[in-house]
Design a binder for this molecule. Sequence first.
Ligand SMILES: Cc1cc2nc3c(=O)[nH]c(=O)nc-3n(C[C@H](O)[C@H](O)[C@H](O)COP(=O)(O)OP(=O)(O)OC[C@H]3O[C@@H](n4cnc5c(N)ncnc54)[C@H](O)[C@@H]3O)c2cc1C
Length: 217
Amino acid sequence: MPGFTSAETENKLGIWAGSTGELFFQNVELPAENLVGEEGQGFEIAMYGLDQGRFTVAAGACGVIRACLERSVEYARERETFGQPIGKYQFVQDMIAEMVLGYETSKLLVMQAAWMKNEGMRNTRETSLAKWHATESAFRAAHLAIQVHGAYGYSGEYGIERYFRNARAPIIYEGTTQVHKMMQAEHALGYRHLNGRDGDVSPLCSWAPALSPVHAT
Ligand SMILES: Cc1cc2nc3c(=O)[nH]c(=O)nc-3n(C[C@H](O)[C@H](O)[C@H](O)COP(=O)(O)OP(=O)(O)OC[C@H]3O[C@@H](n4cnc5c(N)ncnc54)[C@H](O)[C@@H]3O)c2cc1C
């Protein structure tokens, strides 16, 4: 359509398999039949879309953590220094343990959001929490996996550096970590309504009386 242009984003750190670009809209005129939903619903529809996109990003991040954990366990069992597998060293075990924690907690948060979606419950807060935690845990797991693999982790030999590069962007897209922290705090403080303008304040209030919406503005 006249006024619409796009530009490819070059030299990305990761996600090389996907094409990323910018879309520019300069006084683009759309026919009325192109309207999605009803007039005035745009923001709500866009926000609903984020509940789904953020969920898939969180689930994908769980996959990255698991891959890092599996590759690191394999390598720690196989690589020997000073006559024993590096997996026997407590400092290496510390890194493996941190990946286990990141994987299990991320998976549980994703499953919680998934269950709420299946039940048809509003899940914006829970999906946000899963996305924030899982993407940060994935980047941390990739960082640790490089460390477990030593110089091989930094090289392209075992493919670990690819996890590291690809785990960085999800901390930015579908809401940056800072945006998710803000959302979580605002829910806890009772400043944020589940449906943007109206509806319940926060499900936290149901089990934590101190977080009741009495102070909500
Ligand atoms: C690989 C990749 C793929 C992408 N794919 C898509 C896509 O498919 N569709 C799409 O629409 N977008 C996509 N994006 C864009 C992405 O959603 C944005 O980059 C992201 O929302 C951050 O916006 P920004 O880059 O303008 O950063 P800014 O908004 O300028 O933020 C810069 C910094 O300031 C912080 N900040 C900004 N505002 C606040 C605030 N109010 N409170 C606290 N901190 C704040 C941010 O957390 C960040 O740290 C993609 C980005 C990448 C890297």
